[in-house]
Ligand binder design. Structure first.
Ligand SMILES: [Fe+2]
Length: 283
């Protein structure tokens, strides 16, 4: 097994590993540490079934079932812990997965919950070439890049994280459209989180649409959020994953933002997705 840090604001790769083989406890510990240090890690050329995907995901903790999708169904009834991200429809015209083919805007997964998942894992089953890239942004670096006056203003603020829409902008089943950001349904989280071990601060933004900073007028909240978001996703803090079949990607969901580019609606893209339960302290 070889660990390679990328020359990028975040991310690394693990080579010489086959997830169908036995993985020792020491190797598991090393993998988790490498993911924790680099925030996003790519393992290429993995050809694993659903059981192996769940087994690997379990290295990082207990599996967290997917959030509600707009269709209100389990995409893989035999593996309800696995979400399917796909634009493909079955012979009856029913989607076999979530999020379609459009852009998914910058977000962290399910931060509208009090205890959002702490790791996300995405496995490429079928992908179109050089399309539907996924971008990741390092929230430590985003915080570091804020001008001092913005750091001071945002440090003690609380943000509402919208639960009504998914990252493709589709209304989730059972929700209504948000009429005013201060009425947004969803968890309240600190805008800045300090790592208790290193004292390093990072931004925790969730997603921009319908976000609201508690205690501010709507127009003040909108302006401050726009100012902060400007620094959160610059090229200086991002890395891009260009998918190939067999790619497996693990990320620390509460330390990064991610987004997906749109891709050709006539192409097929199927990804299998798991996530790991988080805890109260968002670390
Ligand atoms: Fe996502």
């Amino acid at each position: 097994m070889e660990f390679i840090q990328h020359d990028a604001p975040l991310s690394g790769s693990i080579k010489d590993i086959d997830l169908n083989d036995f993985i020792s406890n020491q190797a598991k510990t090393n993998i988790i540490k490498f993911v924790d240090n680099n925030l996003v890690v790519l393992i290429k050329n993995q050809f694993i079934n659903e059981y192996k995907l769940k087994e690997f995901s379990n290295f990082f903790g207990e599996l967290d079932p997917p959030g509600p999708n707009p269709y209100g169904i389990n995409f893989l009834p035999e593996h309800p812990e696995i979400n399917v991200i796909s634009n493909v429809k079955n012979s009856k015209g029913i989607p076999i997965g979530n999020l379609g083919d459009g852009e998914a805007t910058w977000h962290a997964d399910m931060t509208y919950l009090k205890k959002p998942p702490k790791y996300g894992i995405l496995y490429a089953v079928e992908v179109p070439k050089n399309q539907g890239n996924t971008h990741f942004a390092n929230m430590y670096k985003a915080y570091d890049n804020l001008p001092n006056n913005l750091k001071k203003i945002i440090d003690d603020k609380i943000i509402i994280h919208d639960s009504s829409h998914n990252s493709a902008g589709m209304l989730r089943k059972g929700f209504e459209k948000v009429s005013r950001p201060d009425l947004t349904p969803g968890a309240h989280h600190p805008a800045v989180i300090t790592n208790p071990h290193t004292n390093k601060k990072r931004l925790f933004l969730g997603r921009r649409p319908n976000a609201y900073i508690l205690g501010l007028r709507i127009n003040e909240s909108e302006k401050l959020l726009n100012d902060i978001w400007h620094y959160a996703t610059t090229d200086e803090v991002t890395w891009t994953q260009n998918w190939e079949v067999g790619d497996l990607l693990i990320w620390k969901n509460l330390y990064v933002l991610h987004k997906r580019d749109a891709f050709d609606p006539n192409s097929r893209r199927i990804m299998h997705r798991t996530q790991i339960k988080g805890n109260d302290n968002l670390n």
